[in-house]
Design a protein around this ligand. Sequence first.
Ligand code: HSE
Length: 424
Amino acid sequence: MSAVEGRKRRIGLLGAGVVGGGVIELLRARGSELGLELARVAVKDRTKVRPEIPSEVPVGTIDEVLADPSIDAVVELIGGLEPALSAVRTALEVEKDVVTANKLLVAEYGGELRRLANERGAALRFEASVAGCLPIIEIIEAGLIFDRVERLFGILNGTTNFILTRCQRDGSTYEDALAEARAAGFAEADPTLDVSGRDTAQKLAILVGLVTGRPCAPSSIAVSGIEHLVPADHLAAEEVGCRIKLIASFVRTGEGGRARVAPTLVPSSSALGLTTDEYNAVEVECAHIGWQLHLGKGAGRMPTASAVIHDLITLDAARERSRETESKGRRPALDLAASDAWTARWLIRVPEENPAWPVSRIGAAFAAHGVEIVEYRRSRRAGVGTIVLSAETTKGAIDRVARDIAKLQGAVKIPVVLAMEPDA
Ligand code: HSE
């Protein structure tokens, strides 16, 4: 029961879109028993009919919600930077707790907003900003508080996982799969954030900030997305027993680390390979207890709304925890290694449209940069071409190999370079 001095906690909701609608539905179904009461809702378009909002709940502007002294907690589901940032700042200034699903806001302004929250004795919670219904923030902040996270590895975007699943498993086109993800309410208002990998980078930045206790800017993370993948890339992955997933990864190295977001080959039968549709999965490796796997729906109305409700009913404990963390003081930004230094095993696909160069020509490009070939095969599948698997090397070295292949006589299509999960 999330009561405030013997009464229900009064909630002001900013935004009644896909997730906001889910929050309203859950509050209607379980609010009373959880000690939560929807007090006001702010919407952009007040002319739109919203049957999900109970008739006794006033619908108005953001300012009306923020100015209502009876509201204890503001749920920000507007998305993007403004007016969300100003609304959250004002809510905290007037000592209201804030729950948000806004990863951009948390990734870019989380440190400042958490300090403001602490100064005002309010809580700022953001479980819904990363991995939908998975309580990954609670796990890191509370469940693993005694341990040291050394490595994070996983799928943090439901839209791209849905698109990749549709393309790989069902043979959909990229465009059809994206349209389906948008219709299902998984994608961002601007879906280029999803497919470019930037949404994933924002979420990874939040997690890295939590596990290291140091600010991590999304812009410091090397990012590549799924928008350039073609069916032949999926066929090549399948040929080597893998699936392509948009993987976010962080590895701690001393005081710094390596973080990146990239389409990556994972074994088809691995946990991440079997994570399909809008599901997210996060592997967390800790110094003392080894690794854990967390898996669940990462996007959509109810999975995200459930994370918002989780935050609302755990506000008091979170406020306490946050005060202790902030008392450790502000720390310098995390030092991340340049993306060229990232090591992995790699798959290079030399598209079929190129001349059938002899093995020695391609081999020479690898040898020139000291990169060992582990496997070389000319695929029989239409459109795939030649597949070369490398031994572990840096991204810088494999990119130089690919550039040399692209310069071979008669080249018409540049090679595709994909990282392979270390255990693949
Ligand atoms: N567009 C996001 C995703 C929504 O697909 O994961 C949840 O953060």
